[in-house]
Design a binder for this molecule. Structure first.
Ligand SMILES: Cc1cc2nc3c(=O)[nH]c(=O)nc-3n(C[C@H](O)[C@H](O)[C@H](O)COP(=O)(O)OP(=O)(O)OC[C@H]3O[C@@H](n4cnc5c(N)ncnc54)[C@H](O)[C@@H]3O)c2cc1C
Length: 556
């Protein structure tokens, strides 16, 4: 058995930041990731990362925008810490070697982003995540952190009610190993592939949330799913930075329809508002072949090529348009989950020894809707805090006394999958049906009937999942087996998401119920917490922390 003080599962920004912090505190840390660290989804982040650095800006203004963006569901004590610590983390990233885009006077440039009253988003052209991820990877190597690349975590090791490590499969050999650890930090990112289409990488399958959920940690705010207003035909994202730099949204009449929905903020209202406005235009017949047009032409060639070079290239490759001369056809697509493993501001979950940070966690700073640029920030602020807290925790914990035979549990589970005869059904078709059903009924607009349909459909898909096999029965790089395991994780999460969405009888942030179109603070200013039981998910509530911003009507 392999053994470390702290095991970090996930090598995106949150995992690497957490590992670095724990290492700095002097403990033995290892990172385990199903892909090479710089292939984590964080690399796709384009637009930027928020912090109140500007002369006229302040952490309080950032916090208010975040609270308002969350539709008053974000916990304000967490949001205060988040926004206060943000500038320090940006400066640190810069000192580590991030080449942020600059203003003429040499200071870090900041662009306007949705729902923000100030230009507060720091960026590196439109490849911010890629640059940050490479910088952190270099730091990780320099710090001498052991990285297990291309290892797939299959379950957590729980002894005496506490988390003492994880089981994982080396993808290259198919070998299962037990990793003993005094603490585990879950940093496995989002679960976008529960939907079809999604802007997320194919690896964003919510494994960490599912592992933690089954092991006894709670999930929170799972009903809140963000649809990004500007995705290309196949779900590939066009950054909010395109609107931040001044891009317009046009309908088939050539009008800037956001005037009707958000007269003040227009295209830079919060994402839930813009996405619903676009879909309404499309549904009411003012779309262009099922799309909305994102017009950058007035920005001019120079600005487009300097600030949005990747967008220019993607629009050319995927939509076949040159954004310098033509508008880009876009539409909303599933993008981000506000919910995740319930934690406090130090990444502490309800399961002793288990911490979580990044998109898989729910602190909750985003509440019912996240602002663009706040997610990258969450990975570094709360990754750092979780790393520090886990390092402190392990100093008081005896080494894990884990039996070497613990691996047999998952070995048998995998053998059972490989032994199944493959019938007519397939992992791919179950996955596609799940994704399309979630998109249709747990999407931007929801109602009771649709939510009941999806619960029934998921029960059918789970039943089929129990019987479906894989074609590849080998052990070496068996990606069919990985897709199978990922699908099992996603089905459990989809069920929790659909149930919570059906339970919340109001509209708030990203959850819009046609049958309950108003926000209802009297009954629903609270988080829904979902816990796993063998009989199915059980629901409970958690209060919202309000420090200084009383709920108001949210208009942009
Ligand atoms: C296209 C796109 C653009 C975005 N742009 C922005 C932006 O401009 N600004 C912003 O603030 N946010 C943006 N976001 C959101 C933000 O990028 C993510 O929320 C954030 O990067 C998530 O980081 P993370 O470290 O939590 O997870 P990830 O970067 O997703 O990393 C997850 C890690 O977990 C590992 N892992 C997962 N499952 C397992 C398993 N079973 N076993 C072992 N390892 C596992 C993976 O290998 C990976 O290393 C964007 C998101 C997308 C999809």
């Amino acid at each position: 058995m392999l053994s470390h003080d702290v095991l970090v599962i996930g090598a995106g920004l949150a995992g690497m930041r957490a590992a670095l912090e724990a290492r700095r505190k002097g403990v033995d840390v290892a990172v385990l990731s199903k892909v090479h660290p710089v292939r984590s989804h964080s690399t796709q982040a384009q637009g930027g990362i928020n912090a109140a650095l500007g002369e006229d800006d302040s952490w309080e203004k950032h916090a208010f925008d975040t609270v308002k963006g969350s539709d008053y569901l974000g916990d304000q004590d967490s949001i205060e810490i988040f926004c206060k610590e943000a500038p320090g983390d940006i400066i640190e990233l810069e000192r580590m070697g991030t080449v942020f885009s600059r203003r003429d006077d040499g200071r870090i440039a900041q662009r306007p982003f949705g729902g923000a009253a100030f230009p507060r988003t720091c960026y590196v052209a439109d490849i911010t995540g890629q640059v940050l991820l490479h910088v952190l990877h270099e730091q990780l190597l320099e710090a001498g952190v052991r990285v297990y690349e291309e290892w797939f975590a299959t379950s957590l090791i729980i002894e005496d009610g506490a988390c003492h490590g994880a089981l994982a499969m080396e993808i290259r050999s198919g070998q299962l190993e037990a990793f003993g650890a005094k603490a585990v930090i879950m940093a496995t990112g989002g679960l976008g592939r529960v939907y079809e289409p999604s802007t997320n990488s194919l690896i964003s399958t919510g494994d960490g949330q599912a592992l933690a959920y089954r092991a006894g940690a709670a999930l929170m705010d799972t009903e809140f799913v963000q649809f990004h207003p500007t995705a290309l035909r196949n779900g590939i994202l066009v950054t909010e930075g395109a609107r931040g730099e001044g891009g317009y949204l046009l309908n088939s009449t050539g009008g800037r329809f956001m005037e009707k929905y958000a007269p003040k903020m227009m295209e830079l209202a919060s994402r839930d508002v813009v996405s619903r406005a676009e879909q309404t235009e499309i549904d009411e017949g003012r779309g262009v072949d099922g799309f909305i047009l994102l017009d950058l032409r007035h920005l001019g060639r120079e600005k487009i090529l300097e600030r949005l070079p990747q967008i220019h290239e993607l629009a050319m490759d995927i939509a076949g348009v040159d954004a310098i001369d033509e508008p880009i056809p876009i539409r909303p697509s599933m993008h981000y989950v506000m919910g995740g493993i319930k934690t406090d501001v130090n990444g502490v979950t309800l399961l002793p020894g288990l911490y979580a940070a990044g998109e898989c966690a729910c602190v909750t700073v985003h509440g019912a809707n996240r602002l663009g640029g706040n997610s990258l920030l969450e990975t570094v602020v709360f990754g750092r805090r979780a790393g520090a807290a886990a390092a402190e925790y392990v100093s008081g914990v005896a080494p894990a006394n884990v039996s070497a035979t613990v691996v047999s549990r998952d070995q048998e589970m995998i053998k059972a999958i490989l032994d199944r005869s493959d019938g007519a059904d397939s992992v791919a078709s179950i996955r596609m049906e799940m994704g399309q059903t979630m998109n249709r009924y747990v999407g931007m607009f929801r109602n009771e009937e649709g939510l009941q349909t999806v619960v029934a459909k998921l029960a059918e898909l789970k039943e089929r999942y129990q019987r479906v096999g894989v074609q590849d029965r080998g052990r070496v790089f068996n990606t069919s087996l990985l897709f199978h395991l990922e699908l099992g994780n996603m089905l459990d999460l989809a069920q929790a998401m659909a149930l919570a969405a059906g339970h919340r009888k109001e509209s708030r942030g990203a959850q819009f119920r046609r049958d309950f179109p108003q926000r209802d603070d009297e009954n629903w200013l609270k988080h829904i917490v979902v816990r796993y039981t063998p009989e199915g998910p059980s629901l409970d509530y958690s209060p919202v922390s309000i420090t200084r911003w009383q709920p108001e009507r949210r208009v942009y």
